[in-house]
Ligand binder design. Structure first.
Ligand code: KG4
Length: 334
């Protein structure tokens, strides 16, 4: 079976062709970083306009790079939500129209399900059930994943997502958008113990997250240093901030796996491309005798291949989209 998958939930236009037996034949991503970088965040109107320009060439490139035509495709999958509705509508409407015109089935996929299942595209796949940490620009959540179609949320952020915190701190330090990759690069040259930023544990039992206090604390520190006339030690600030985020993400993930009793831990979402998070989580999972499955960094950040694999299981479960299916901004999973 060949699946054409489309992802346009935020600021990347992506298309992929996959075979459900976990072979990615092509995965194309057209990034909008240059458009949004001057604003230090995503401008929704600019995002949807760019999706309209890019959706057709990106889908065509995905098909041609896979060496197939639309006539070879058996299923069309597209992100239905959550995300920016103007952006989602471009990809989802395109997919529904393509499916209607070519008489193919279409599935609308939840973006979170894509992140939860992206590990299934790797050679070494996690067995079910597993505990999953999903951390991106819009989400920071823990899930118990029972099977490809059944997930229970264990915790989520009460304010900012971790990726959002990375992006806001990067903006504060004048580092551009998206902030995560640049902060993690600079953090490698910094001292993670230079500043003691707060970790929000939210009580012993809680599997929820909060990053707004950390963000305020970094902003206050930067303000104080500037007022005192100091040159900002940017690598030290980046390393100390990153360490605070990583500590909380790692320890809450381990607490979640203790609660579920699962032996397998899976991660997904753009922030899980962070090398320090991957390093610390690997070490802690080994110490706790847990099996950790990490998608390659290209499958952590937004991509259409993960929408394809999630769409495949939805298709098997008989959950098809119809022409009236609408995009949604908030995930029922979250
Ligand atoms: O999953 P994703 O590509 O898009 C969604 O938000 O759905 O995640 C993007 C987020 C951004 O906030 C970006 O700053 C963050 O992931 N990110 C990182 C890294 N790479 C991307 N955060 C920390 N370290 C990274 N290396």
């Amino acid at each position: 079976m060949l699946i054409l998958a489309i992802e346009s939930s935020c600021d990347d236009t992506a298309a992929a062709v996959i075979e459900p037996e976990n072979r990615i034949l092509s995965s194309i991503i057209s990034s909008q970083n240059e458009i949004h970088s001057p604003f230090g965040g995503i401008v929704p109107e600019l995002a949807s306009r760019r999706h309209i320009e890019m959706i057709r060439p990106v889908v065509q490139k995905a098909l041609s790079q896979a060496g197939v035509g639309l006539e070879d495709i058996d299923l069309i999958a597209a992100t239905q939500g959550p995300g920016l509705v103007g952006s989602l509508l471009v990809g989802f409407t395109f997919a529904k129209a393509l499916a209607l015109a070519s008489n193919r089935p279409c599935v609308g996929v939840d973006h979170m399900a894509g992140h939860l299942l992206s590990c299934l595209l790797e050679t070494e796949q996690p067995p079910f059930p597993y505990t999953a940490l999903i951390v991106s620009g819009g989400n920071t959540s823990l899930f118990a994943v029972e099977n490809p179609l059944s997930y229970t949320r264990l915790g989520r952020t009460r304010d900012d997502a971790a990726g959002e915190a990375f992006d806001k701190i990067a903006k504060l330090l004048g580092l551009g958008y998206p902030g995560g990759p640049e902060i993690s690069r600079l953090a490698m040259q910094g001292n993670p113990d230079a500043f003691s930023f707060p970790r929000a544990w939210l009580g012993r039992e809680s599997l929820d997250f909060s990053f707004s206090g950390l963000k305020t604390s970094v902003a206050a520190c930067v303000d104080k240093l500037k007022k005192a006339g100091h040159t900002l030690p940017i690598p030290d600030i980046c390393a100390s901030f990153q360490e605070a985020v990583v500590d909380v993400l790692v320890e809450k993930t381990l607490a979640a796996s203790r609660r579920t009793g699962h032996q397998h831990v899976v991660i997904g979402g753009g922030v899980t491309a962070n090398p320090r998070l991957r390093q610390v989580l690997s070490r802690r999972c080994t110490e706790e005798k847990l099996n950790l499955f990490m998608p390659s960094p290209a499958l952590c950040t937004d991509n259409a291949a993960m929408i394809g694999i999630a769409g495949y299981y939805q298709y098997l479960g008989g959950r098809l989209a119809d022409i009236d299916s609408d995009a949604y901004s908030r995930s029922p999973l979250n």
